[in-house]
Design a protein around this ligand. Structure first.
Ligand code: NAD
Length: 331
């Protein structure tokens, strides 16, 4: 089967090739991301692989279908970049990788909390300049802090497991509470309650209409002064300009983000020689109490292997006419 791979990075190419040995898959690796201008590259390929910032809109899916695509798989746990209704209409089956390593994102989330809460990044920078002054590096301890986990699916549950070891009080909110979490955390009934009572708030819900700009100005107004917000889920969960204002007014004391609403035109490429045109993003980079990483929370050796193996499993099932084990939920 001929498979077009968009947004190919070297680290992923290796793991995909390793997982596909002797599986009858012929990959065409393309560096550009999928959008209306690049969809034609997939002409003559039965299957298409994408990643988080590719565009699988109605227009693009129509072009893919016209080029012969019948199957599209995202090498990610989130699938908000795909127009599922359009895919159904054009007869393109959809697969994803629901759980390649929730622990990878959970550990990274804890890493962000510790890095920013203890100024480890700043300490590292100072020592490299032979500046051993500790002024301004006083941090806080996680023990006895109240951490609010919004979304207790695979990643949120892992975060709660890890937080339990730090002696935090964990509050949790989810539309569908799960029993495992009830043993480690206290569920609150509304996300407003979570916002009101947490010292640290970490987001692990998917991006969908009900979670778009989950943290906006009214939500920020409910929070404790100096609240610590972490977003390793999807950028558009935050109304970023409102959050920037809250950092400026010191309502938000710490902000750690691995994702950004407008990341599609920024992340995953070396832009160090470019002029940044996104003023909101540029402002974020000026704060000493904000850290930004470029959507790297997923990136571990285990996660890459699991992403490749699950994706190749989906491709071989589709090729053999078998039911796909990892179909994107229709709604
Ligand atoms: P999951 O489906 O296992 O869990 C999501 C949870 O959110 C579910 O328990 C669901 O009930 C809950 N939820 C959905 N809508 C809600 C709402 N409106 N209010 C409250 N709860 C709601 O997903 P997961 O594997 O834990 O992943 C969570 C998200 O993390 C993904 O959707 C993806 O966007 C993001 N992610 C980011 C990276 C990264 O590298 N930064 C990697 C993987 C996943």
């Amino acid at each position: 089967m001929k498979v077009a791979v968009f947004n190919t990075k070297r680290y992923e190419k290796r793991s995909l090739e390793a997982a596909a040995v002797d599986k009858g898959i012929e990959f065409s690796f393309f560096e550009p991301r999928l959008d209306a201008t690049t969809a034609a590259l997939a002409m003559g390929h039965e299957a298409v692989l994408i990643f988080v910032n590719d565009v699988a809109s109605r227009e693009v899916l129509e072009k893919l279908a016209a080029g012969g695509a019948k199957f599209l798989a995202t090498r990610s746990a989130g699938f908000n970049q795909i127009d599922r209704d359009a895919a159904r209409e054009f007869g393109i089956a959809l697969a994803y990788v629901p759980a390649y390593s929730p622990n990878a994102v959970a550990e990274f989330t804890i890493g962000l909390i510790l890095t920013l809460g203890r100024h480890i990044h700043e300490g590292h920078n100072r020592v490299r300049r032979a500046d051993f002054n500790l002024e301004g590096l006083c941090g806080f301890e996680l023990r006895d802090k109240t951490v609010g986990v919004c979304g207790t699916g695979r990643i949120g549950t892992n975060v709660i497991q890890l937080l339990s070891g730090f002696g935090c009080n964990v509050l949790a909110y989810d539309e569908e509470p799960n029993e495992e979490v009830m043993l480690m955390a206290s569920y609150v009934d509304t996300r407003e309650e979570l916002f009101r009572f947490s010292d640290i708030i970490t987001l692990h819900v998917p991006l969908m209409p009900s979670t778009f700009h989950l943290i906006d100005a009214p939500a920020l107004a409910l929070m404790k002064d100096g609240v610590f917000i972490i977003n390793t889920s999807r950028g558009a969960l935050l109304d970023t300009p409102a959050v920037v204002d809250a950092v400026k007014s010191r309502k938000v004391g710490f902000l750690a983000i691995d994702v950004y609403e407008e990341e599609a035109s920024l992340f995953f490429e070396d832009r160090s020689s470019d002029i940044l045109s996104d003023d909101v993003f540029a402002r974020l980079l000026t704060f000493p109490n904000v850290i930004v990483t470029g959507h790297q929370a997923f990136l571990t050796d285990r996660a890459l292997r699991n992403i490749a193996e699950t994706t190749v499993q989906s491709l071989t099932e589709f090729d053999a006419g078998l039911p796909c084990s990892h179909l994107v939920p229709s709604r």
